[in-house]
Design a protein around this ligand. Structure first.
Ligand SMILES: C[S@@+](CC[C@H](N)C(=O)[O-])C[C@H]1O[C@@H](n2cnc3c(N)ncnc32)[C@H](O)[C@@H]1O
Length: 363
């Protein structure tokens, strides 16, 4: 990693989910993304989580017979719902603990990076979901070396390739944290957090890079990289949803610190990864870096839900060549200006980029 001497990347991501597995999943919390609160923070956590997955499946028109690829499937909660709708879901994850957990529940989950999916999956799916996984695909060192766009383009090319051109759905939906009201360079995020001013933006970002393994896009970056393959048809600012979810995670995490069973599960991990484990406990409970991302009037990060339509290759080429490309992303401030207030935190007018299409009704 560009001069850090620290391995940050997929191994960090694998360790991080091993850690989550011990802290959260075995304590009963299996969701690793935000819920859907529709502007109401009093919605119970489990309901919000359920509604978020339903929203994503509705966006891609998942119904009986739908073939859905879940890229970064976590503990398989979305795949469970695909199955309940009578669809066929396949998940990929790079976490062995998640793959084992999902398979034990009869889900078709492969321990595989999406980058290693072979030609046998070409044209096999109606839709692709990436619910909170894109944040791991680019590393800070990639961003520093100017490789981020190429990685996102390759990702969209992959999504395009695995979707069946004859499918009536042909959609991708993703939920992704973006850098927004913050000015941090990848070089700073790669520095040791302890060499930075404590609790500064750089300090939190350096902790995130070391804790989770990954780097975020900026608003508009995914639209630019999707250009030859997909058209953005819907977008929603879900920053407040992530804020409310992460505050609930913090409450649950702090409660579980009092549990002897948690420490029994965590101890073998802490013995194997003492530095990582100590840093993660500091990140979560002392610096509260995860929560910092979504707190305040102008949070440093913006969380976006985006729905994309597959484009015919000839149309892709035309769009690429033509003077007016697909709609550019709104900036964080214009999205918030449009999206202030409870109703607008929902699928508010002004947050939708491009024409909103009605997906086929779920089965
Ligand atoms: C924040 S979790 C989200 C999990 C799940 N989608 C959910 O909503 O609970 C990110 C997921 O991305 C997966 N992931 C990270 N990099 C990946 C890659 N290159 N290929 C496939 N999955 C990856 C992780 O293993 C993890 O399952």
């Amino acid at each position: 990693m560009a001069g850090t001497g620290t391995a940050v990347g997929p191994k960090t991501t694998v360790d991080c989910y091993d850690f989550w597995d011990r802290v959260f999943r075995r304590a009963g919390t299996i969701d690793y993304t935000e819920g859907y609160y529709r502007g109401d923070p009093t919605v119970p956590y489990e309901q919000a989580q359920h509604d978020q997955v339903c929203y994503l499946l509705d966006e891609v028109g998942c119904r009986a017979g739908s073939r859905v690829l879940d890229v970064g499937c976590g503990n398989g909660r979305l795949l469970e719902k695909v199955r309940r709708r009578g669809g066929e879901g396949i998940g990929v994850t790079i976490s062995p603990a998640q793959a084992r957990y999902c398979r034990a529940r009869g889900l078709d989950v492969r321990l595989l990076s999406y980058r290693d999916v072979g030609e046998e999956w070409t044209g096999r799916f109606d839709a692709v979901v990436a619910n909170g996984s894109i944040e791991h695909f680019v590393q800070a060192a990639d961003a520093l070396a100017g490789r981020a766009d190429a990685i996102y383009e390759e990702m969209f090319a992959f999504f395009h390739r695995v979707i069946d051109p004859r499918s009536p759905s042909r959609r991708v939906v993703n939920t992704t944290i973006h850098f927004d009201n913050i000015n941090v360079t990848p070089g700073a995020a790669l520095r040791s957090p302890w060499s930075l001013r404590w609790f500064s933006d750089e300090f939190h970002c350096a902790l995130l890079v070391r804790g989770f393994g990954g780097y975020y896009p900026t608003p508009g970056q995914l639209e630019r990289c999707a250009r030859p393959f997909f058209r953005l048809v819907a977008g929603r600012d879900a920053t407040r949803d992530y804020h409310w979810t992460s505050e609930e995670w913090l409450r649950r995490g702090r409660r579980s610190l009092l549990s002897a069973r948690l420490w029994g599960r965590l101890l073998p991990f802490l013995l194997r990864h003492p530095l990582y484990g100590a840093r993660m406990m500091f990140l979560l409970n002392v610096a509260r870096t995860w929560n910092w991302q979504f707190r305040g009037e102008r949070p440093p990060m913006t969380h976006l839900w985006q729905t994309w339509d597959w484009m015919e290759p000839q149309r892709s080429a035309a769009v690429e060549a033509g003077p007016s490309g697909p709609p550019a992303g709104l900036t964080g401030s214009s999205r918030r200006a449009a999206g202030d207030g409870a109703a607008a935190a929902d699928l508010g007018a002004g947050e939708v980029t491009g024409d909103r299409l009605t997906p086929p009704a779920p089965g």
